[in-house]
Design a protein around this ligand. Structure first.
Ligand SMILES: *Cc1c(COP(=O)(O)O)cnc(C)c1O
Length: 397
């Protein structure tokens, strides 16, 4: 006789809820931020340069450009490769809305490709079928922290074909065949939001090997002017020229100090995410109703998210009921993401509709993200496993 589910009034697995993610901020991170607050530079000083150099070294690119959010990183990356009105940008259907929105900011149309149901990564065959003379870029997402395979997209691109931009907002610290994320596409956009693998509270980064593109990104992040204030001071002039329409997408030295302090710890934190993921993998190997997403060969996953698909054919209830029951047990599961083409904005503005991306829509009905973050204990992970086993046991068909 198993205990009654908490949702039915039984005792919960956990007395205090376990969040699905939590930022890690150590004492040395706090000190690094306070040091900048006591310095003469609060914004666009030496810490931006230090962070950009350290980030580029970490991912193995010639340049990294710090910006105010992951959304700004996506927006500027697409702007830098010339996305504009009338263009199309291929994006996967399962992602955060910001991926597609970045194309819309530039007057372009996001075209939603279906995903591989085993990984929820953009399906290159679907992308190929959607190519048109107006396709300017393919914006693949490293969903959950797993790098999307850029090789088939490189083949799609060919000469004069679409540019390759990666939404790597989930995947700092991940790698594909030994190459770090950030160096796999022409441009890669990272988020440094508090929920992401390393954080500046709010912030973003674009990495690239193309120093010309990096120059354009630096201009675009500060109003489209050709120099920053330091270059003018060094040249002994007040003059600057605005050569294109840019934005104020700068990241302050205060924010940069936080993420710079975190960078050196990123590999250890990813290692801890792996330990938790292996604990889940082992537990769910014996629970056929719960299927972790597949991991591609040769990939070092970042495990920003640990996503499972429920085998609804083996359950008496839908994903919504499992979600509510797990929340009642004290496990804050989540769902990433509502397929973007199903949002009212996209249906109204671009005429997208259900049925357009069948694999994404079917997978969406089955997915749950389980808690995973570096400061989780083994006991926390085991409580997740216990709660999943309890709920699945109660709802088994
Ligand atoms: C978080 C996220 C973004 C946006 O990043 P912000 O820093 O919040 O602007 C974009 N794409 C994906 C896939 C994300 O998860």
């Amino acid at each position: 006789m198993t205990a009654a589910l908490a949702i039915d009034g039984g005792p919960p697995v956990r007395a205090t809820a376990l969040p699905y993610t939590r930022p890690t901020v150590d004492d040395d991170d706090v000190r690094a931020v306070v040091d900048v607050l006591r310095s003469d530079w609060l914004t666009t000083g030496p810490t931006v340069d230090k962070l950009e150099a350290a980030f580029a070294a970490e991912v193995g690119t010639a340049a990294a450009v710090a910006v105010s959010s992951g959304t700004a990183a996506l927006h500027l990356a697409l702007a830098a490769v010339g996305v504009g009105p009338g263009d199309e940008v291929i994006v996967p259907a399962i992602t955060f809305v910001a991926t597609a929105n970045s194309a819309v900011y530039l007057g372009a149309t996001p075209v939603f490709a279906d995903v591989d149901p085993d990984t929820l990564l953009l399906d290159p065959a679907s992308a190929r079928a959607l190519l048109s003379p107006r396709t300017r870029a393919v914006l693949a997402v490293d969903y959950g922290g797993q790098p999307c395979d850029q090789e088939p997209l490189r083949a799609l691109a060919g000469d004069g074909g679409p540019r390759r931009v990666a939404d790597s907002c989930h995947s700092m610290g991940a790698a594909d065949r030994g190459r770090p994320v950030g160096s796999l596409a022409e441009l890669s956009a990272f988020s440094l939001h508090a929920t992401k693998p390393v954080t500046s509270a709010e912030g973003g980064m674009v990495t690239t090997d193309d120093v010309g593109l990096a120059h354009d990104l630096r201009s675009l992040r500060t109003h489209g002017v050709d120099h920053d204030h330091r270059a003018r001071a060094a040249a002994g002039t007040w003059r600057y020229e605005m050569t294109r329409l840019g934005y104020n997408y700068r990241l302050s030295d205060v924010h940069c100090a936080l993420v710079l302090s975190q960078l050196g710890k990123s590999a250890t934190w990813t290692g801890r995410r792996h330990e938790i993921a292996r604990r889940y993998d082992r537990a769910f190997a014996g629970l056929p109703e719960v299927r972790p997403l597949a991991v591609r060969d040769g990939v070092r996953h970042g495990y920003h998210l640990y996503v499972v698909r429920l085998d609804l054919g083996r359950l008496r209830v839908g994903r919504g009921q499992v979600f509510r029951a797990l929340r009642a047990e004290g496990i804050d599961v989540n769902v990433h993401f509502v397929p973007v083409h199903l949002h009212p904005y996209y249906r109204g503005r671009f005429g997208t509709r259900p049925g357009q991306c069948p694999a994404a829509e079917a997978a969406y009905e089955t997915i749950l993200s389980l808690p995973v973050y570096p400061r989780m204990s083994d006991g926390d992970a085991d409580s997740v496993v216990d709660a999943v086993a309890k709920v699945i046991g109660a709802y088994r068909a």
